[in-house]
Design a protein around this ligand. Structure first.
Ligand SMILES: *[C@@H]1O[C@H](CO)[C@@H](O)[C@H](O)[C@H]1NC(C)=O
Ligand SMILES: *[C@@H]1O[C@H](CO)[C@@H](O)[C@H](O)[C@H]1NC(C)=O
Ligand SMILES: *[C@@H]1O[C@H](CO)[C@@H](O)[C@H](O)[C@H]1NC(C)=O
Ligand SMILES: *[C@@H]1O[C@H](CO)[C@@H](O)[C@H](O)[C@H]1NC(C)=O
Ligand SMILES: *[C@@H]1O[C@H](CO)[C@@H](O)[C@H](O)[C@H]1NC(C)=O
Ligand SMILES: *[C@@H]1O[C@H](CO)[C@@H](O)[C@H](O)[C@H]1NC(C)=O
Ligand SMILES: *[C@@H]1O[C@H](CO)[C@@H](O)[C@H](O)[C@H]1NC(C)=O
Ligand SMILES: *[C@@H]1O[C@H](CO)[C@@H](O)[C@H](O)[C@H]1NC(C)=O
Ligand SMILES: *[C@@H]1O[C@H](CO)[C@@H](O)[C@H](O)[C@H]1NC(C)=O
Length: 472
């Protein structure tokens, strides 16, 4: 069993406006199984798949994976998808499987909703996120799995240069053809909640790497009730006006590591969740030990890094470092509401560079949105020990809109070394919030003017590296 972490040196260059930001760092996401050798490999064409972009290949994917079941206890197997356009409906993965895409392979989601089966709602949501009742299954689905790798050949297209069009190549691509779903959503003709591109539930040892994901009907990548998840070197694209096309949503999951991604979508780039109101409280699956770093992108109608609004199972021990954002609605956002319960605590966010972002830091205790009327409005969330440091921003409208909840002040909110060039005359607006600050420009709101004290704030000394162990 190999447990050695491969130390890699990555030079990150980000040019945002007039700022040149250079960082050298070594990876702390261990390369969990990413080089796992599978003794058996098949190609999807051996099961009748046709890569013409027209033939529906759902059966071929399902049959290939069914065949590979018998290799699960023999070191696992690989399903290779060669160059071509592979139209398919939803299919489900198995344990000890590598789904590997050629650099010129594109898996294309069918535009027929009948090819996306209806499945039960998540217990921590109690219903579909958008509509009551069931929901469509993701294009690539998995439940109760261990040791799953979804990968492609991904030549370096993660350009650390904002505004560079990177849609030119799509090496190893999963394309959800989401525009039909966005139209159905907009004109209210859907019966069930829209599907994700990838959803893995109750799974351990998941790697998603070196792929491009485009036009997801809904959130692109959704690990829920998972642990030991590594998402690395992925590009996620969707039009800036596409509804709810979040990039990556770790949900009620622990030991999740996300790094080196370019995400440019219609909603949040990365958003951590843990269940919704009374359902999330009852299910009680927190998200913890989440590391996110080296993310570049634009969240045109969302946030670069968000937490919530579904956080009823609790969210803690989150480390975010090295984010470069442009053309976004929010930079960093925490969303909750009375009725959610749960907590968000021990959050450390550092080295964020923003340009053309409307609100650099947004914290709201009045997000609203409830699964039904059975939530208890007196069940208040706890927001505590949130540190945001080394933040630089240009062309910012509002520095911070920080609204806690009356009767449940958000506490130990710490800002350090924040330098934002802000257009608005009232850069900060704070209520029901308490905390500390050090070297903040423009000058922070009164509530945070107490001098920053390392003993009262969540600092780098508290951080523990993401605990991704080699489980294979
Ligand atoms: C991703 O691509 C890089 C560079 O081509 C390669 O070194 C690495 O092994 C790939 N990762 C996986 C999991 O295939
Ligand atoms: C998957 O795991 C969950 C949690 O352990 C369990 O409740 C569920 O029944 C399992 N599902 C299947 C299909 O085994
Ligand atoms: C990520 O991509 C870079 C550039 O292609 C490559 O050097 C690196 O090996 C990749 N990492 C992994 C884990 O695939
Ligand atoms: C990339 O996207 C831009 C804007 O959507 C478009 O004008 C351009 O044609 C695209 N390039 C390619 C190669 O698809
Ligand atoms: C993969 O990338 C190469 C180099 O960027 C490009 O020539 C090729 O067209 C890309 N493949 C696809 C399917 O976009
Ligand atoms: C809703 O949008 C879909 C996709 O564009 C279209 O086919 C359908 O006719 C629209 N329905 C209504 C009621 O507008
Ligand atoms: C702060 O925001 C609240 C809510 O939008 C608003 O009512 C209030 O006027 C704002 N305060 C300042 C000083 O701008
Ligand atoms: C809540 O915070 C406000 C400052 O925003 C402060 O005035 C108030 O005393 C705090 N309430 C409690 C109960 O600590
Ligand atoms: C989180 O990481 C710490 C430190 O590595 C570890 O002690 C703890 O058990 C982890 N928590 C979970 C839920 O895995």
């Amino acid at each position: 069993m190999k447990t050695s972490a491969v130390l890699r040196i990555l030079l990150v260059l980000a040019t945002v406006g007039q700022f040149l930001w250079t960082a050298m760092a070594s990876s702390y996401c261990k390369e969990m199984g990413s080089s796992t050798y599978r003794p058996h490999s098949v190609t999807v064409t051996e099961f009748g798949a046709v890569g013409d972009g027209v033939t529906l290949n759902t059966k071929a994917f399902q049959n290939a994976i069914f065949y590979l079941h018998s290799f699960a206890d023999k070191g696992g197997a690989q399903l290779f998808v060669p160059a071509g356009k592979w139209l398919t409906g939803s299919f489900s993965l198995i344990s000890h499987l590598t789904l590997s895409l050629d650099e010129d392979a594109v898996i294309i989601g069918s535009k027929d909703p009948a090819d996306w089966p209806i499945i039960d709602p998540l217990p921590s949501y109690g219903r579909g996120r958008e509509l009551p009742g069931a929901r469509h299954q993701s294009l690539i689905h998995g439940s109760n799995l261990t040791d799953v790798i979804i990968t492609g050949e991904h030549t370096l297209r993660m350009k650390f240069v904002p505004r560079l069009s990177i849609n030119e190549s799509g090496n190893g691509t999963v394309n959800g053809q989401g525009s039909v779903w966005w139209d159905w959503f907009r004109n209210n003709t859907l019966d069930y909640t829209r599907p994700h591109l990838i959803e893995l539930m109750y799974s351990t040892g998941v790697v998603i790497s070196n792929l491009t994901f485009t036009d997801s009907p809904f959130w692109a990548i959704h690990p829920v009730y998972c642990s030991q998840v590594l998402i690395q070197n992925v590009t996620i694209l969707a039009p800036s006006d596409s509804p709810n096309t979040d990039g990556i949503d770790p949900d009620s999951s622990n030991n999740v590591c996300i790094e080196d991604c370019y995400i440019n979508t219609g909603d949040d780039l990365i958003v951590i969740k843990s269940g919704w109101d009374e359902y999330g409280i009852a299910f009680a699956h927190p998200s913890s030990n989440i590391s996110i770093r080296h993310i570049v992108g634009a969240a045109h109608s969302g946030a670069g890094i968000a937490i919530g609004s579904e956080m009823s199972g609790g969210i803690s021990n989150v480390q975010v470092d090295g984010i470069s954002l442009f053309d976004s609605l929010y930079g960093i956002r925490i969303k909750t509401s009375p009725g959610r319960g749960g907590y968000v605590k021990y959050i450390h966010i550092s080295n964020v560079v923003m340009s053309s972002v409307k609100t650099a830091i947004g914290i709201t205790g009045q997000y609203g949105e409830h699964p039904d009327d059975n939530y208890d409005p007196n069940t208040l969330p706890t927001i505590d020990m949130i540190t945001i440091e080394d933040i630089v921003g240009t062309d910012i409208n509002v520095a911070g809109f920080l609204q806690g909840i009356q009767g449940a002040n958000f506490s130990n909110i710490c800002l350090s070394n924040v330098d934002l060039s802000v257009n608005s005359k009232s850069p900060w607006n704070c209520s029901y919030i308490e905390g500390f600050s050090n070297s903040v420009s423009p000058e922070s709101c009164e509530a945070l003017k107490n001098p920053y004290q390392a003993s009262l704030c969540y600092t780098t000394e508290h951080l523990e590296h993401c605990n991704l162990v080699q489980i294979l």
